[in-house]
Design a protein around this ligand. Structure first.
Ligand SMILES: *[C@@H]1O[C@H](CO)[C@@H](O)[C@H](O)[C@H]1NC(C)=O
Ligand SMILES: *[C@@H]1O[C@H](CO)[C@@H](O)[C@H](O)[C@H]1NC(C)=O
Ligand SMILES: *[C@@H]1O[C@H](CO)[C@@H](O)[C@H](O)[C@H]1NC(C)=O
Length: 120
């Protein structure tokens, strides 16, 4: 392989990786039916912090509160078009009465998420 071709391929790979990691995506756990209600909705908005990854835990229900419903679906909407974050289901979720989501920003970027919890 000619060096120039190799460099071109290598650059392409880097650009592709940057694009792939900077796209914002929504995450959904479970399924909801039309009988389910919105149990909780919260916005998670944080400013960027130079060179940092911002992590936020979203807990439902909060400490000392009780949720009588079973969760069917958890949705994490990333409002950013690019440089989006990453949401992970840490505890509970569909089939449980509680849920903890862990949301991380891209390094050097803020967060703009809406988390919704449905259940019945
Ligand atoms: C995420 O969900 C929101 C609200 O439903 C929608 O406007 C947006 O296009 C979705 N983003 C992606 C990357 O699918
Ligand atoms: C977060 O996203 C919402 C919905 O797209 C938008 O109205 C709001 O301005 C955004 N906030 C920030 C700080 O970017
Ligand atoms: C959810 O509730 C169960 C018991 O019902 C408890 O063991 C667990 O620690 C709770 N998880 C969270 C994330 O609060």
């Amino acid at each position: 392989m000619k060096a120039r071709t190799a460099i071109a391929l290598f650059s392409f790979a880097i650009v592709a990786a940057l694009i792939a990691t900077s796209m914002a995506t929504n995450s959904t756990w479970g399924q909801r039916s039309r009988y389910d209600r919105l149990l909780y909705r919260t916005d998670v908005v944080r400013k960027s912090d130079l060179w940092r990854v911002i992590s936020v835990d979203v807990e439902f229900p909060g400490k000392n509160s009780y949720n009588p419903y079973f969760i069917t679906q958890v949705v994490a909407i990333d409002h950013k078009r690019k440089d989006g974050g990453y949401a992970q289901l840490r505890k509970g979720g569909p089939g449980y009465r509680n849920v903890t989501l862990h949301i991380k920003s891209a390094r050097n970027h803020g967060l703009n998420y809406t988390v919704e919890v449905f259940g019945n």
